[in-house]
Design a protein around this ligand. Structure first.
Ligand SMILES: [Zn+2]
Length: 365
């Protein structure tokens, strides 16, 4: 029942300070010229899709429809030492130099505004705070509502609206400071976690399970045969999906690939890169709110079996504000002890009712 389990939602308003706005002047240079060419070629006026309104929409919906068992807590910035476990020092220096500036970081339109470096430090540090809370046994699970997102960020490169790889920083901290040996990362964002994959590709102690819309969808990586390398071969699991894949296909991937993989791996901590852009309103895949509930329940069952209470979700993408807010709500209801309905193909229930309604019109008795 909802309220049977405790969930800590981590939120820190400093994450709202990351607000690139192309109406303002950006640092000039080759990259700016390149991005401006791309933006000038668009038919529609472009605005930065990863904006503070995303977090506000989630917070407002949770305030409107409160969930029993939920506790709020604030976050903290990550230190240079914590970030340097997954990013190079020269990359951290480059990002520090952007403090207080508007600048493009990648030609894929990733950018920073004056408050972005602090927001990114707080996003990564808040993921760490969430891991520390569950490792201390303070709740049944935790969810870090942070931005900028992290899973596209590579050791030396900002990409895909991501500056620091929040989940990777939190995993590295759990291993270095909190005694975790085997960490399972489940990335259900619609985009492949190229950064997370790169960071842990040869690491046998971190398993990455990643469902995503298949290449050539951004970022283009995450093929079936990308399975890890060296002693990490076998601990990277990619499940590329065609456009339109929905509840039935995604739940099947969780039940038939993730569950046996997790039972083999026996994690002592689970992190979820929780994106919400696989909802149909975000136009990448076709998961419903029931689908979000169903995959959360599967993840929670894995956690209950191998590492009770050691479950942390960290926000990644999700750009349609309605499906983002309602998706997070569906997930948190399950974390708080709710039961997920069994997913059905969209329309099956309605067609069954229509059959019942119409069929007697075509019989003679
Ligand atoms: Zn995404």
């Amino acid at each position: 029942m909802i309220g049977d389990r405790s969930v800590i939602l981590f939120y820190d308003e400093r994450v709202l300070g990351h607000e690139p706005n192309i109406e303002e002047p950006f640092l000039p240079g080759r990259l700016a010229r390149r991005v401006n060419e791309v933006l000038d070629g668009l038919d529609v006026k472009w605005s930065y899709p990863e904006h503070p309104g995303r977090i506000k929409a989630i917070r407002e919906y949770l305030a409107e429809k409160p969930i029993p068992g939920v506790i709020y807590r604030s976050g903290k910035p990550a230190t240079r030492e914590q970030l340097s476990r997954v990013h190079t020092l020269s990359y951290l220096d480059d990002i520090q130099a952007m403090r207080g500036k508007n600048a493009w970081l990648d030609r894929d339109t990733t950018a920073v505004s004056a408050g972005s470096v602090e927001a990114a430090e707080v996003a990564a540090g808040t993921a760490i705070a969430a891991v520390e809370a569950v490792m201390a046994g303070e709740s049944g699970s935790a969810f870090a509502l942070v931005r900028p997102p992290g899973h596209h960020a590579e050791p030396v490169r900002a990409r895909g609206f991501c500056l620091f790889n929040n989940v990777a920083v939190a995993v590295a901290h759990a291993q270095a400071e909190l005694g975790c040996n085997r960490v399972l990362i489940i990335d259900w964002d619609a985009h492949h976690a190229n950064g997370t994959q790169e960071i842990f590709y040869a690491d046998p102690d971190v398993m990455l399970f990643d469902i995503h819309r298949a290449s050539p969808f951004y970022p283009g990586s995450g093929h079936l045969d990308e399975v890890g390398a060296g002693s990490g071969e076998g601990t990277t699991i990619n499940v590329p999906l065609p456009e339109g894949s929905g509840d039935i296909a995604i739940v099947k991937a969780f039940r038939e690939i993730l569950v046996p993989a997790a039972d083999w791996f026996e994690p002592d901590l689970i992190l979820v890169s929780a994106g919400f852009d696989l909802h149909r309103l975000d136009l990448a895949l076709n998961l419903s709110y029931h689908g979000f509930a169903a995959i959360t329940e599967i993840v929670q069952e894995i956690s209950d079996r191998h590492c009770p209470g050691k479950l942390v979700l960290v926000l990644e993408g999700g750009y349609h504000l309605e499906s983002l807010a309602r998706g997070v709500h569906s997930v948190v209801e399950i974390l708080a002890g709710g039961d997920a309905p069994i997913p059905v193909e969209p329309g099956i229930e309605e067609v069954a009712a229509a059959v019942e309604f119409h069929v007697s019109a075509f019989t003679d008795d």
